[in-house]
Design a protein around this ligand. Structure first.
Ligand SMILES: [Fe+2]
Length: 441
């Protein structure tokens, strides 16, 4: 029966990997790090008379962040054009518009360098644009079959530097760009080391303008990466590939990702309340940006899992913010369903969230962790009580959502530490309708 089919890694693959690997862009972090962007470009071999493109959006242009970057690059003798029409959760069509802009201005060869400035959507638009210009064709050529042509990217193209203005997505270091395919109401990732930026410049002074609701939503995405990275399967539970090139991008948790997960959870859970309620607090903003970076290094190397897999169909159908969707789904998926995969690990996670687990059984510790996570969400005051408040989702919708999750998110479900069937996913969606009783107005 198809609803009972397990979509996690089959048991015959559960042996023998002995090697882990990490690949990162250069990383420059700290207050006013953006003043070193031109130095970073020179370090990547970009000459002084080069012509580059800043890919961003109108909001960041309106609040002056774009001028700040462009003026800095102009002072360093670079010529810079700006494309400020990136859209939230970019569609194929939106990226094609950016590609047309590049080809109209600079022909098939494109620019000498690219800078992505903004949240995950701006950075993903910049990542795909640079890669497609370098390899030719359009974005669909590089999206997996059957949606796209499934061609592989052979070139990275000229240098790409990313400057995040939110503390959340991890797009500045990840090898993945997420695009929505509107006619199919699905999201697809282009996943390749050729999509990854050459450098990330993280400057917390760019994040203080982020309003409380977006600060909270992006923070919950970052926390999701850290927690999912901490609780996914270990790298050596997979089969070692005969060709190292076949090692998956999401390869399981390692001693390195473990360190970054733990530090990320500390930084994010201890600073998110201040960053949301007092956005000008630069120390809290800096800790959040660092926490999001560490969460991405952990989660986007080890692998996001069930919660992220379930979030994509919700985002496609209801156009919800990714981080807000992660917030609504985490208690039922990662913290409840997955807790059975490794009770000791979830007890450690509970302690990291500040729960005194003395005298508790592992089940009680997992319950307390879920309660603490929900308390954190409620303290932020801007997050929905569950999927129903998020997007009006009811029990009538969960069959479709569960089927979409199982049919389209194999890449993420393979990373889940506990096998999961379509019926399991359906029940988790039902649990996530309400994480707490919403306030009646
Ligand atoms: Fe995410």
């Amino acid at each position: 029966m198809s609803s009972e089919r397990s979509v996690s890694a089959p048991s015959h693959e559960l042996s023998s990997e002995t090697v882990w690997h990490v690949q990162m862009p250069q990383i420059r972090f700290g207050r006013d790090a953006s003043e070193e962007l031109a130095y970073q470009l020179r370090d990547l071999g970009v000459d002084g008379d080069a012509h580059g493109l800043v890919v961003t959006d109108e909001t960041l242009a309106d609040i002056g962040h774009v001028d700040r970057v462009v003026n800095h690059l102009s002072d360093a003798e670079y010529t810079v054009d700006v494309y400020d029409e990136s859209e939230r959760e970019p569609s194929i069509a939106a990226v094609e518009e950016c590609l047309s802009f590049v080809r109209d201005e600079k022909g098939e060869d494109g620019y000498d360098f690219y800078v992505g400035l903004g949240g995950g959507s701006c950075m993903d638009t910049a990542k795909v644009t640079r890669a497609v210009i370098a390899n030719g064709g359009g974005p669909l050529d590089y999206i997996a079959e059957p949606t796209g042509e499934g061609k592989s990217l052979d070139e990275s193209g000229p240098p790409l530097v990313l400057l995040p203005t939110t503390a959340g997505t991890g797009a500045e270091i990840s090898p993945v760009a997420i695009l929505s395919v509107e006619e199919k109401r699905i999201k697809e990732g282009i996943s390749s080391n050729h999509v990854r930026a050459d450098a990330a410049v993280l400057d917390p002074t760019f994040t203080t303008t982020l309003p409380p609701d977006l600060t909270a939503k992006t923070a919950m995405d970052a926390l999701g990466h850290a927690i999912e990275g901490y609780t996914t399967h270990e790298y050596d539970s997979l089969l070692r590939p005969t060709d190292p090139a076949d090692r998956p991008v999401y390869a399981g948790r390692t001693p390195l990702t473990e360190m970054f997960s733990e530090k990320a959870i500390d930084l994010l859970s201890n600073n998110v309340r201040t960053a949301v309620h007092n956005g000008d607090d630069l120390e809290a903003r800096s800790n959040m940006l660092q926490g999001a970076l560490f969460g991405a290094i952990a989660g986007l190397t080890a692998g996001a899992s069930l919660c992220h897999a379930m979030a994509y169909p919700v985002g496609n159908r209801y156009h919800t913010f990714h981080g807000e969707t992660i917030a609504a789904l985490t208690p039922a998926s990662t913290l409840d369903y997955n807790a059975g995969s490794d009770p000791e690990r979830f007890t450690s996670l509970a302690r990291r969230f500040g729960v005194d687990t003395t005298g508790m059984s592992t089940n009680e510790a997992a319950d307390a962790l879920k309660g603490e996570y929900i308390r954190l969400q409620r303290d932020l005051n801007v997050l929905p009580s569950g999927l129903t408040e998020l997007a009006g989702i009811t029990e009538d919708d969960v069959d479709w959502l569960a089927k979409q999750t199982v049919d389209t998110q194999t890449r993420l479900l393979r990373c889940n530490p506990r096998p999961v069937t379509e019926e399991d996913v359906r029940r988790i969606f039902v649990d996530a309708l309400y994480n707490w009783e919403p306030d009646v107005v």
